[in-house]
Design a protein. Sequence first.
Length: 201
Amino acid sequence: MRRFLFLVALATVSCGGGSPDASDNSSEWLHVLRHKQAATAPNAPVHAKQAYADTLGAFVRNHPTHSRAREVYEHIQLDFAHELAVVGRHQDAIRIYRAVLTHDSKNEAALKGLADSVDHLAVSHEKLMALEKGMSQRDVAHLLGKPIPGWTITNDRPDSTIESWYYHRTGGGIAGVYFRDGVLFAAEENSQAKIAPLMRQ
């Protein structure tokens, strides 16, 4: 939580300065500022900080051109993504980094965080060799981890459902793992499949 407290302090500055936006005096913005005051109070509880982040996020969705609100919310998103990555929740962190990049494609912190989380999800040759035909998706996820969000493809056929999971390989390249009706039937260490770019939702 130490980093979050820093961001709340940053929000205090960012929401109070800079050039005025048209919605600064709206009831919605005043509502955000009230939550900010509660979140930055000494010994503010976690739920007050979460309420501020949620209220700010809703305001940004309703007023996407409000530059100061967008900037502060991006800082909060980046901090949350970093905390998720620290505890190993890289798939969740990737979703947040992508959300930031959707609005700010050159955000250096988001680009670096995304690359770091993707690297942590890379699978080794040894792990791929440990796969066995007949494994369940749960077994494979336990061994390799879940795929990067957006890196799965499902094809419904008349007689079965084929699901493909793709992974970055340690050292580069893409590996593919394939299931028929939830059961592993094949894998390849070098897949040529076209998958979603990292920055896509």
